[in-house]
Ligand binder design. Structure first.
Ligand SMILES: *Cc1c(COP(=O)(O)O)cnc(C)c1O
Length: 402
């Protein structure tokens, strides 16, 4: 395996994100394949016993076992790191493996986390249910207000953990303000950037320490595989994350890494077209339903902050009906083109009712604290023609009495 001439880091680091997404991290075998090779191997052979010993001792560069390294996986990790502008990245089997590793690798009994109220349901389970079993406590705040982070700090606060924009309320967190508070107090910021991806928002440019992804979403982008990633400084990845993941094994498979590599090639194109479509659909819905939670719309209270942090709208937002679960389900049941599905980031348009699906595992009071009401619907706007999507929503809204 060799890097193509010109693929040395001092040059690749200067490429713009759309270039990184196609070229970043590419390594070629002696066959010179243009598309990245898929290395389905769990182990590696050595020329001699001395080489094996040297590799295990870290004195020789090379791979030893695919829980630890794999050429296809490594290409993806380098590509994501370059896109993110991060010193290093490690991929994981799923987004939740990434979130779990990013938190667990750095907390110990007695530590405290401050988290945003709105979050992916399993992220809340991690912080509200799993971590307390090991003596790690969490304070939940409304992350739209940076001051609430500062007010929640205790002497043992180790991490600020939040999503922006957050699932499914679309709460926007002021990255610059919150990361500055964290820096002042020696707290590590862990940002779940799944909705935006590095194509639209790079939290490290605003001072974030660790950025974690569900690559299942926009990075794959076609609803095929599960994957996750954690980006951070070389020091964090090598000395804090890797000891945890090398021994616990949330490793991404080479096949899934290869699929995400192919997905990243079109990330910039897809996310920009899906953002355009989402804006069209959002503007339509704004005239038809009582409330649209989409910060890309000028009417949204956090519009200016959102546009300062994001390059485009992104494909996901939510909206609310007054008729609760009954009306929300009626609207979903009337859809003819858009699928009822709880996935996001797909090139197909998908809609779900969070309180009876993605967030149904949480107690009702927790859902209400997060802002997830019974009339809320989340939409992922895909690559179909926006006029067809609007026509489908129009007829389904009529059917639901709207
Ligand atoms: C989907 C998602 C996750 C979890 O990712 P998986 O790949 O499904 O494990 C975490 N955070 C956010 C914001 C998500 O959308």
């Amino acid at each position: 395996m060799k890097r193509r001439t010109g693929q040395d880091p001092s040059i690749t680091r200067t490429w713009k994100p759309a270039t990184q997404a196609v070229r970043g991290g590419t390594a070629r075998s002696e066959f010179g394949e243009t598309s990245e090779a898929l290395f389905l191997t769990s182990g590696y052979a050595y020329d001699c016993a001395g080489d094996a010993a040297a590799r295990f001792a870290g004195d020789q560069v090379g791979m030893t076992y695919s829980r630890l390294q794999n050429p296809t996986v490594e290409m993806l990790e380098q590509r994501i790191a370059l896109l993110e502008g991060a010193e290093a990245c490690r991929t994981m089997a799923t987004g939740m493996a990434a979130m779990t590793a990013a938190l667990l690798c750095q907390v110990s009994q007695g530590d405290h986390i401050v988290q945003g109220r709105a979050a992916f349901g399993s992220c809340r389970w991690l912080t509200d249910t799993l971590l307390p079993r090991f003596g790690v406590t969490t304070t939940t705040i409304d992350a739209r207000d940076p001051q609430q982070f500062e007010d929640a700090i205790r002497p043992n606060t180790k991490i600020f953990f939040f999503e922006t924009p957050a699932n499914p309320t679309m709460d926007v967190v002021d990255l610059e303000a919150v990361c500055a508070i964290a820096r002042k107090h020696g707290i590590v910021t862990v940002v779940d950037n799944a909705f935006a991806t590095p194509a639209l928002q790079r939290p490290m440019e605003f001072g974030a320490d660790v950025v974690a992804y569900s690559a299942t979403k926009m990075m794959d982008g076609q609803g095929r595989v599960l994957a996750g990633a954690v980006c951070g400084s070389e020091d964090f990845i090598t000395n804090t994350l890797l000891p945890f993941t090398r021994n616990t094994g949330p490793t991404l498979s080479a096949f899934n890494a290869w699929v995400v590599l192919k997905g990243l090639e079109t990330l910039d194109l897809r996310i920009r077209r899906q953002s355009e479509n989402a804006l069209k659909v959002g503007s339509f819905l704004e005239k038809r339903v009582p409330r649209v939670n989409f910060p890309a719309l000028p009417s949204h209270p956090q519009h200016n902050l959102f546009m300062r942090q994001m390059d485009a709208a992104g494909p996901i937002f939510s909206f609310e009906l007054e008729g609760g679960r009954k009306q929300a389900h009626a609207l979903l049941d009337g859809l003819q083109l858009i699928d009822i599905s709880n996935n996001i980031g797909d090139s197909r348009s998908l809609m779900t009712h969070p309180s009876s699906t993605t967030h149904s595992g949480l107690a009702e009071e927790k859902r209400l604290e997060m802002g997830v009401g019974e009339g809320m619907i989340r939409i992922n706007v895909g690559l179909e023609d926006a006029d067809d999507l609007i026509a489908d929503l129009d007829q389904a809204l009529r059917g639901a009495g709207l």
